[in-house]
Design a binder for this molecule. Structure first.
Ligand SMILES: Nc1nc2c(ncn2[C@@H]2O[C@@H]3COP(=O)(O)O[C@H]4[C@@H](O)[C@H](n5cnc6c(=O)[nH]c(N)nc65)O[C@@H]4COP(=O)(O)O[C@H]3[C@H]2O)c(=O)[nH]1
Length: 713
């Protein structure tokens, strides 16, 4: 009944065996996914269905009669297959089904799942039927799965969510980065790792992009399980089904914190000064460019303040670069504390700082007065005492200001103008503030000419020593102070007051100082050869940077040796600015020279800020009362009191004292009444060229000290 109902046509009138035969024949032939082959014991092909043609590439007519081994068995399996065939035909059973890699006509491997049945019909040779299911697609799918699984376990953190954003899977890299194990993350949304750095709008924008474009990528700050925040480069892709509905989201994340840190470091190096952390020149110029554009747009003024530390070079030379660096850092800190958030304080290098102020007002007058107020505030802040490695330091600054916008003012132009104004402030006596004015340009050009003139002057021996007499209380000659003059072919005789500060700043003071020392010592040696002048002393000015040189002592001794001058006749005049140096070093140098007989006088005494405790430790011979006190002696009781104090001080310390700048007899008399022992000034003689100094020498009696000393020579 069953057969009739399934196949009535075949059933009607046909013998059952034939119907069955025909049915199975058709089934075998046309089974689309199943290759069926029949083999005799020697491997001869006796059956080859249509699916076999497709899977192995041989048509039935090619295959029938051929041998199994030659057709579809790869050479490396021949042995094995022969053995299996033998076993099957002998045992009358098929071997268990298995996955095999057989061979296509084109030589490629064909993955199949193969089962074997030995069919024995009495009176016929047994036939082995192989039924092979093509596994190519399955194998490819498996490979893809393996690749996908490997990819999922890549170095990047990955998560897969459902369409609602609930995490279904995360990989190990995700766990490594976030600190959340898979079981802790699954079931949550990515909000699990959300930091507080972004606004809700940020996340809304991500969802919108996912809906509109199917993907989003960008940088997100996330938070690890331990609370640490980190920067992530995230890509999220929507996965859609055949109907275009989102089924999943796949997210990958790469921790870019290190890269961001490196970027920040590079940025820091490129745009900030490493010593002070302030913006550097490049960043300042960039901001100035923007400020300039903004000020032109908004008609609101700004200002550029160029700030230079006074005497920084001396501090650096005398107390060392470490101390100099400390000062720069403290200046930077004070600058930042004194300006508004929107202003910029930058360091250009060396001791040069720039402050840029914006939004100072609509009118140039308003901008100028606000810039001046800011400049004054900076002056006051920066001039307060500094503490450098346990020592106090009185620093001051000079500030140059220029305003913007002005007609066609470029950033370069503005920087130059502020710089010029700063030089003007310096020239005005330091600790000052100046606005740019075009005439400054000329002054600066002059200064540059002065430096090159000095350099040439040294080369062409245009410097001269002048000699100003120093006398005792009876007007008798003790010796001279050597004072430098520049005999410039263009400018005539130039005073050191004009060129010494420039020589100090440009470093030319070192060769110049050495020249002075050599000339003075040669002169001493020449005088020593004449009994009339052998007892004279010669005072020589030494600048702070000259004294600070590590080889200063050797330099002096070498000059003394070379010229043959008597060290006892040489008196080095030091200024108080030199005393900012390390005390021990100053004392060591002075002591080394003093041990050879060289004397020391402290110049401009009373004008600086030397502490007495400090002074007492220095191996000095003489204090020099500054000419400013001498000048005001008769009109200002304060000056008289100071002069008196210096004289008393020198007596109590066992030092000699000399007053400089004595122009009148009344000044001399007053000083004498206060106990002063020695004098220098126009009253006794101007600084003179050598011949005139020697004429004076011939005409004037020597002081007993100088004369007595001369006797043994
Ligand atoms: N008003 C007035 N002035 C008087 C009188 N007597 C002398 N003077 C001037 O006072 C200055 C004294 O020198 P100083 O204080 O060491 O001041 C010196 C010294 O600091 C520096 N200088 C001069 N020669 C050298 C040098 O060879 N090396 C170094 N490093 N500095 C030097 O230049 C400064 C100025 O030197 P000068 O122009 O020669 O100025 C000299 C001198 O000409 C007076 O009665 N009234």
């Amino acid at each position: 009944m069953t057969k009739a109902s399934t196949c009535p046509a075949l059933w009607a009138g046909e013998p059952a065996r034939e119907v069955s035969e025909a049915r199975f024949q058709k089934l075998f032939d046309e089974a689309d996914a199943m290759s069926i082959q029949g083999y005799l014991a020697d491997g001869t092909v006796v059956y080859w269905n249509r699916a076999s043609e497709r899977i192995y590439g041989y048509s039935a007519s090619e295959a029938l009669g051929a041998n199994l081994l030659e057709l579809i068995i790869p050479a490396d399996l021949h042995h094995e297959v022969e053995a299996a065939m033998r076993w099957m035909f002998e045992s009358g059973q098929g071997i268990p089904p298995a996955r095999l890699q057989l061979r296509h006509k084109n030589g490629q491997r064909v993955p199949v799942y193969s089962s074997h049945t030995l069919v024995t019909v009495p009176g016929h040779p047994p036939v082995l039927f192989c039924m092979d299911a093509d596994m190519s697609h399955l194998q490819q799918a498996e490979t893809e799965l393996r690749v996908a699984a490997a990819a999922f376990e890549s170095q990047q953190g990955m998560f897969i969510t459902d369409a609602r954003g609930v995490i279904l899977r995360v990989n190990q890299a995700f766990t490594r980065t976030t600190g959340y194990a898979a079981e802790e993350a699954v079931g949550h949304t990515p909000r699990l790792i959300k930091s507080n750095r972004h606004t809700p709008d940020f996340y809304t924008a991500i969802w919108r992009s996912l809906q509109d474009n199917g993907s989003w990528q960008g940088e997100i700050w996330d938070r690890r399980k331990n609370g640490e925040e980190y920067a992530d480069w995230v890509t999220i892709t929507a996965v859609r089904d055949a109907q275009g509905r989102v089924t999943h989201y796949v997210g990958t994340q790469t921790d870019v914190t290190q890269r961001k840190e490196a970027e920040a470091k590079i940025l820091q190096l490129a745009f900030y000064d490493p010593l002070t952390g302030l913006p550097n020149r490049r960043l300042l110029l960039d901001r100035l460019q923007q400020a300039l554009a903004a000020s032109q747009r908004n008609h609101s003024g700004g200002a550029l303040l160029f700030i230079d530390l006074d005497n920084f070079k001396t501090l650096n030379d005398t107390r060392g670069h470490d101390t100099g660096d400390l000062l720069l850092q403290q200046v930077a800190a004070r600058l930042i504390a004194s300006i508004r958030d929107k202003d910029t304080a930058a360091r250009l290098g060396g001791d040069e700082f720039v402050v840029m102020l914006e939004d100072l007002g609509q009118s140039p007058q308003e901008a100028a007065s606000r810039a001046e107020a800011a400049g004054r505030k900076l002056l006051a802040t920066l001039n307060q005492r500094y503490r450098l490695r346990g020592h106090g330091y009185e620093g001051s600054v000079s500030i140059g200001i220029t305003l913007f916008p002005t007609q066609d003012s470029s950033t370069d132009e503005l920087m130059k103008q502020a710089d010029l104004a700063m030089y003007e402030a310096k020239a005005a006596g330091r600790n000052a503030l100046r606005f740019f004015d075009p005439q400054m340009q000329a002054a600066v050009t002059q200064r540059a000419a002065l430096v090159s003139g000095l350099r040439e002057g040294l080369r062409k021996q245009q410097f001269r020593l002048y000699y100003q007499p120093q006398v005792d209380r009876d007007g008798r000659l003790l010796g001279f102070e050597a004072l430098l003059r520049w005999q410039s072919p263009q400018r005539g005789l130039v005073s050191p007051a004009e060129f010494v500060p420039v020589a100090e700043e440009s470093g030319l003071i070192l060769p110049l100082g050495l020249w002075v020392l050599e000339s003075a010592c040669s002169q001493l040696a020449a005088w020593a050869r004449q009994p009339a002048s052998a007892g004279l002393s010669l005072a020589v000015n030494v600048s702070a940077s000259q004294f600070a040189r590590a080889d200063f002592v050797e330099q002096v001794l070498e000059v003394l040796a070379r010229t043959g001058a008597n060290p006892r006749r040489l008196k080095l005049e030091l200024t108080e600015s030199l005393l900012v140096a390390r005390v021990e070093e100053v004392i060591a140098k002075m002591s080394a020279l003093k041990a050879r007989g060289v004397g020391f006088s402290l110049d401009d005494f009373g004008t600086g800020y030397s502490s007495l405790a400090y002074l007492r430790r220095l191996p000095l011979d003489q204090l020099k009362i500054d000419k400013s006190f001498v000048r005001d002696l008769l009109v200002d009781p304060n000056s008289a009191a100071i002069a008196h104090t210096i004289i008393v001080l020198s007596q109590t310390m066992g030092l000699a004292v000399i007053a400089e700048g004595v122009e009148s007899a009344s000044q001399r008399d007053l000083l004498a009444s206060l106990g002063c022992q020695a004098y220098q000034g126009y009253l006794f003689g101007q600084p003179l060229p050598l011949e005139q100094a020697e004429q004076l020498l011939a005409a004037q009696p020597l002081a007993p000290a100088a004369a007595a000393d001369a006797a043994p020579a």
